[in-house]
Write a protein that binds this ligand. Sequence first.
Ligand code: ATP
Length: 311
Amino acid sequence: ILQLFTPLNFLGTVYNALVMAFVDLGNLSELLAEDADVVDRIDAVDIPSSDEYLKGRHEKDVIEFRDVKFRYPTQPVTKGLKGFNLKMKRGTVTAIVGPTGAGKTTISRLLLRFYDATAGSIFINGVDIKSSTQKSLRGLIGVVPQDTPMFNDTIRYNIAYGKRDATLQELEAAARSAKILDFINSQDLGWDTMVGERGLKLSGGEKQRVAIARCLLKDPDVCVLDEATSALDTITESSVQEALNGLSQNGRRTTLVIAHRLGTIKKADQICVLGDGVVDELGTHEELMKIEGGKYKELWNMQLKSTKGEE
Ligand code: ATP
């Protein structure tokens, strides 16, 4: 009987190893944001930290999109970003909203330099990212993606990915701010609980909170949050929201939220409404709601209606 089972076990092991390798490779490229299309220039420079850059300056803008144009090769010529302008001050939260397919996620990909803009420039701390080293760029930015990739490993490993040498205290503080500590402590194995394909399957909201904890540990100058498109239930949504607040409200971090649900961005310092490849409206929630016949107001009313429809 033992002999009969051995090959099956062996196959199982190979299968698991393959699944793990597959998932891990996928995760790695996503997490490290590796893209062969973009290479450092020979004379590439490191982007300074926001602290260094702002020393002695009155101007507090740390990020600027200046007349950025971009189109995916497969997109029709009438589509894409047609001159996108946006400035972000240090320590503020900017939310980008707009209809589906408007290019919100594309803007975050350009900021991370997965692609180079066709025309125009993106400046971070005074450096055009086209002439920056990718290492310094990625070091400055933390990302909470829509669907957070998980390593087939312990929850400790998954969170400590943000900072490999983190102490348990630091891990706990990050998990607490990310509203995931109670969840971890409620598992029999606590921090040693396995997650991923072969372990605990985390919900969308839990995964986002793991990503938030990872990002808190990394403590980057700039944070990009790509909000989950999938509907989270109200309790999960508000705990993710609280966790996000912990991430953006430290007064130093500059946050860009790619917003798919309007409820979560009401408190943003500025809301950028993306229309046909350009900024249609820019302002706070209150300011934009005052624009009669405005795009934001329309989006808001549409969302209110669809939420009511679900109830
Ligand atoms: P949503 O709210 O639905 O997530 P979005 O505003 O984030 O939309 P993007 O994901 O930025 O929109 O996509 C903008 C447009 O570019 C869409 O029409 C999309 O189909 C197209 N697009 C996105 N990624 C690619 C790609 N890798 N190659 C070609 N076209 C793409």
